[in-house]
Design a protein around this ligand. Structure first.
Ligand SMILES: [Zn+2]
Length: 353
């Protein structure tokens, strides 16, 4: 009895040792191999036969095994703090220090960035963050989404999509994740990732048993594939303000630590989770004059602004229907009937951080 047991034990120890010493394999990306401890920058080409573009991606492949985190910036090309934060992160992130792999999309929507266009890609006037999972045979924006879905998101174990307020939007920075009760483990992972980012507010998207419709949104494509995903919204007015860039970089670093891609201690964060948001839309077309700013607390009946016609004659007051915090809002004059003016995250008075 004794000898076979010892043999079994020694062979198990050998096996365990072999597992521990097993070198991390190279990471194959876009037909190239990235060795452990190395990085690779590539431009992924996308074309529909008429229009063309590229997606700049850097792969950081760690020396130790670990998660594959997709960091996606610039799905909206006029949202600069995420794009600048991604560029800065790419300069400092050392693949030799990583346990795992980072797929960094510097700028998902190059045509919208170069064309200085809000929300849409000027090549086909489509909003990239409304067409996921995209189509292999679609328009240029649909093909961009298809590339991101399959070449980036599909390769990841975790995903973060980073946004900001556009040129017309004032915005209070926050994180977001998807809460679907039918997939509690996936939701819990997203919730923990979102809390680790360090923002005082975390918005819960979904809030239903499961996702029934098409993914539409970049990070929701990850959820559709069972990959935990989170969002950041940080930045406003289409500006590249240094404090917003720094806040995003810090949040990304926190996420790398949370996922054990990098060593370090997580700064404690106890965010308020916002399960309900209310959109206040414009009842008229004309000029909008706001009377509050993003981040302000509002209550039912509070006057948020007013709308005039094209001659400047007052048409309507905009009034808050709920108690909460203004997450983002239109802060420039043009407005069209039915367009969203405010997104209010419902926060009870007692729960204000
Ligand atoms: Zn955006």
């Amino acid at each position: 009895m004794r000898l076979p047991f010892l043999l079994l034990l020694s062979s198990w120890l050998l096996f365990a040792f072999a597992l521990a010493a097993k070198p991390v394999p190279s990471f194959r990306f876009a037909g190239q191999l990235v060795a452990p401890g190395q990085k690779l920058s590539v431009l992924l080409p996308v074309t529909d036969g008429r229009d063309s573009t590229v997606i700049p991606v850097t792969v950081f492949h760690g020396r130790q095994p670990g998660p594959v985190l997709g960091i996606i910036a610039g799905v909206h090309g006029y949202e600069y703090p995420p794009i600048i934060a991604a560029q800065q992160l790419a300069q400092t992130l050392d693949p030799a220090q990583l346990s795992g792999t980072v797929l960094l999309v510097h700028l998902a929507n190059v045509p919208a960035f170069l064309g200085r266009r809000l929300q849409v890609n000027p090549q086909d006037n489509k909003n990239l963050n409304r067409v996921f999972p995209g189509r292999a045979d679609g328009t240029i924006t649909e093909r961009l989404a298809w590339r991101l879905s399959n070449d980036i998101i599909g390769r990841c174990t975790h995903v973060i999509d980073v946004h900001a307020g556009d040129a017309n939007e004032d915005l209070r920075p926050y994180a977001g994740y998807y809460e679907y009760t039918g997939t509690p483990a996936l939701s819990a992972q997203g919730r923990q990732m979102a809390a680790a980012l360090g923002f005082p507010y975390v918005v819960q998207f979904g809030n239903e048993p499961s996702l029934q419709e098409a993914s539409m949104y970049c990070s929701r494509e990850a959820i559709k594939r069972g990959i935990p995903a989170v969002d950041i919204e940080c930045g406003r007015f289409g500006q590249a303000e240094a404090d917003n860039v720094a806040q995003i970089k810090q949040a990304l670093h926190q996420l790398l630590v949370h996922l054990h891609l990098l060593p370090g201690e997580l700064a404690p964060n106890a965010p308020y989770f916002i399960a309900r948001r209310t959109t206040v839309s414009s009842p008229h077309t004309g000029f909008f004059y706001p009377l509050v700013k993003a981040g302000e607390f509002v209550y039912p009946g509070r006057r948020l602004g007013y709308v005039t016609d094209l001659f400047g004659r007052p048409l309507a007051d905009i009034v808050a229907p709920v108690t909460g915090v203004v997450l983002y809002m239109t802060a420039t004059p043009p407005t069209s009937r039915g367009e969203g003016l405010f997104s209010i995250g419902e926060v009870p008075v007692a729960a204000r951080p």
